[in-house]
Design a binder for this molecule. Structure first.
Ligand code: GLN
Length: 617
């Protein structure tokens, strides 16, 4: 009985199990639940995060949660090919890429509480079952599993993401209504709405309006049928978002509204746009914000001063985002998932933020590294003003990445190496500058004689793959006078997010540095190298030729800078790269224009002068 009480469970005689966390007051908390119909992958996260931003701008505290149907405990072992990038939170949670959309849109750090999978819910329930928490009861989908879902939502409502209670919890359920694997989430939401009472949960159905080429017009039937499934599950949507390629036609929206019992003013066209960052304002101009406030009776909680301020800052960003850019560059992103851009979603976004702030259209060219070799690298990278070698796992495509690094280093092409891209920069330097021709990583070659990259001592002790990585945010100590220091605006510390198992073997650091590689970012106490760059020239060595490394921008990060880039606070390593790419394109091509450009304060802030690098380090 004590255990039951501790779990907040009802006595075993009752049919109900709806744990209410301490301090929770039923009916006082508000929820917006976004559910998919017709098909998945349409942007529930984009809708939910845009709506959450609109409410946050009004001074309300918002807390999003993504509920995944799969049985994995987290997203750590998922293949980015199948599921898109694995996004890492500050606390080390490996989660769905939608959490990245929420963090960027809301400019808010999320935690483990903002993400849940069926696997985690089941595993917690099974643990409790073994502890005897449900003693005397058969543990069932309803009420126990649904009860745990409601508990998680209510806990999020009272704690928020660690900073205090949330005014509105935004719930996004993965997949579509009718999937077996997410059925219990939808049932839990129906129960939640019933228990909390009217005006507590606002349901949004995100649906899809098809436009078959052969017909040349939009059809609403699939959307109607999709929403019917939601009605069959006992949920009446309050709002409908119509995903479509072109703006949803009025006639189509009227039909959908009529068949779903939803007034037309609560049906929103979420057609394809050049950028998702214009959606919050479109929602406002469509009056959708007022509709949500009405459903949840939140009008009197709006802080208009806060809203005006937030809107002004965003409007400036949006004006630049949608305006013509005065220049353009092309940046290559080399990876092995290059054909599937979702695998690099945050990189694409981080670059987009910089392109807005630097008034530069950035063409992103995706390069499949398995097709790159020493012989064809010049041709594969031709026309690029900068190169990003992103993170990755396993040996496939690594030789191509090393060839890319060598080409960039030798030809002065601006380079940003991320995680694996940092590691291959070390391997390439060891092989081609230090002459350690068999240098490699124990990840690709476990019996390698010169393992310049090898497993972290702490990680070696852990068996298996799931959960053995160095994960989450860590401080990076920055060397004064370095390029990293310049990019960080003179700060000597940054906090960045990691997800790796291997690192630079400390026994090679001295040799690497003696020939011009500078480890300008390090763990504050341990010998873990976190940022590398090149000195502009390296001293002659007894055992080799003097090397001259005048490079305009060559930087590598053991962490993932793309995870912390935000629309209004672009990530410095990416800003430096795009600025260097602008210089690479215009300095020799159009010297007069360049002379003008480099005086622009927004650009010159990020232009590192290669000649001063030498003096600095
Ligand atoms: N595979 C490398 C490691 O585990 C790099 C990881 C990454 O790029 N995220 O250390």
């Amino acid at each position: 009985m004590d255990l039951l009480a501790a779990a907040g469970a009802a006595p075993s005689a009752s049919e109900f199990y709806s744990p209410i966390p301490d301090g929770y007051r039923k009916g006082q908390h508000k929820y917006v639940a976004v559910l998919g119909t017709v098909m998945s992958g349409l942007g529930k996260g984009i809708f939910a995060s845009s709506m959450a931003k609109v409410l946050k701008d009004k001074g309300l505290r918002v807390a999003p949660i993504k509920m995944e149907g799969y049985l994995n405990i987290d997203a750590g072992t998922l293949n980015p090919y199948r599921h898109g990038e694995v996004f890492v939170l500050d606390d080390g949670t490996e989660c769905d890429m939608d959490l990245g959309t929420y963090e960027r849109m809301l400019d808010q750090n999320l935690t483990r509480r903002n993400f849940v999978t069926s696997g985690r819910i089941y595993s917690e329930i099974l643990d409790r079952e073994r502890q005897g928490v449900y003693l005397g009861r058969d543990v069932q989908m309803i009420p126990h599993v649904t009860g745990e879902v409601k508990r998680k939502l209510r806990e999020l409502a009272i704690r928020g993401d660690g900073t205090g209670p949330a005014d509105v919890v935004f719930i996004e359920v993965g997949g579509t209504v009718g999937d077996y694997e997410n059925g219990f989430y939808i049932e839990a939401l129906r129960e939640l709405a019933f228990e909390e009472g009217p005006g507590s949960v606002c349901f949004v159905a995100l649906t899809y309006v098809i436009e078959p080429k052969t017909l040349g017009e939009q059809k609403s039937k699939a959307a109607q049928l999709g929403i019917k499934r939601l009605l069959e599950a006992g949920i009446q949507p309050h709002l409908i978002a119509c995903r479509s390629s072109n703006p949803a036609q009025r006639k189509v929206m009227e039909k959908i509204a009529m068949f779903s019992n939803v007034p037309l003013r609560r049906v929103f066209s979420m057609h394809d746009r050049e950028s998702i960052y214009t959606i919050p304002d479109d929602m406002r101009s469509g009056g959708l914000d007022r509709e949500v406030l009405s459903v949840l009776s939140l009008h009197d909680r709006v802080d208009t001063r806060h809203e005006d301020q937030a809107r002004r800052a965003w409007a400036e960003f949006e004006r630049k985002l949608t305006g013509e850019r005065s220049r353009e560059v092309t940046i290559g992103i080399t990876g092995k998932y290059a054909e599937l851009r979702d695998a690099y979603a945050s990189i694409e976004k981080a670059v987009e933020h910089c392109s807005v702030h630097l008034d530069c259209h950035v063409n992103q060219r995706w390069i499949e590294t398995t097709e790159v070799s020493e012989e064809n690298v010049a041709e594969k990278l031709s026309g690029l003003d900068g190169v990003i070698v992103p993170g990755g796992f396993g040996s496939r495509g690594v030789d191509g990445k090393i060839a890319c690094v060598k080409y960039c280093r030798e030809n002065g092409v601006p380079y940003l190496g991320i995680c694996l891209g940092f590691q291959v920069a070390v391997i390439e330097f060891a092989r081609n500058v230090l002459g350690l021709t068999d240098a490699s990583s124990t990840e690709f070659d476990p019996s390698c004689d010169t393992p310049v990259i090898s497993e972290l001592p702490d990680q070696k002790k852990i068996e298996g793959l799931g959960g053995t990585m160095r994960l989450g945010a860590q401080d990076v100590k920055i060397m004064p006078g370095s390029l990293a220091h310049f990019l960080a605006g003179g700060r000597t510390s940054m906090r960045e997010r990691f997800r790796h198992r291997y690192e630079v073997d400390p026994t090679f650091i001295e040799r690497l540095e003696s020939r011009g590689m500078v480890f300008s970012g390090r763990h504050p106490e341990q010998p873990i190298m976190q940022i590398l760059e090149l000195r502009s020239s390296a001293p002659a060595q007894d055992e080799g030729e003097p090397v001259s490394i005048t490079h305009p921008y060559f930087i590598g990060a053991q962490f993932h800078p793309e995870l912390t880039g935000r629309p209004l606070r672009p990530q410095p390593l990416f800003m430096g790269l795009v600025a260097a790419a602008i210089r690479a394109r215009y300095e020799s091509l159009d010297p007069d224009r360049w002379a003008q450009m480099k005086r622009e304060p927004d650009l010159s802030r990020w232009l590192n002068s290669p000649s001063s690098t030498e003096q600095r380090v």
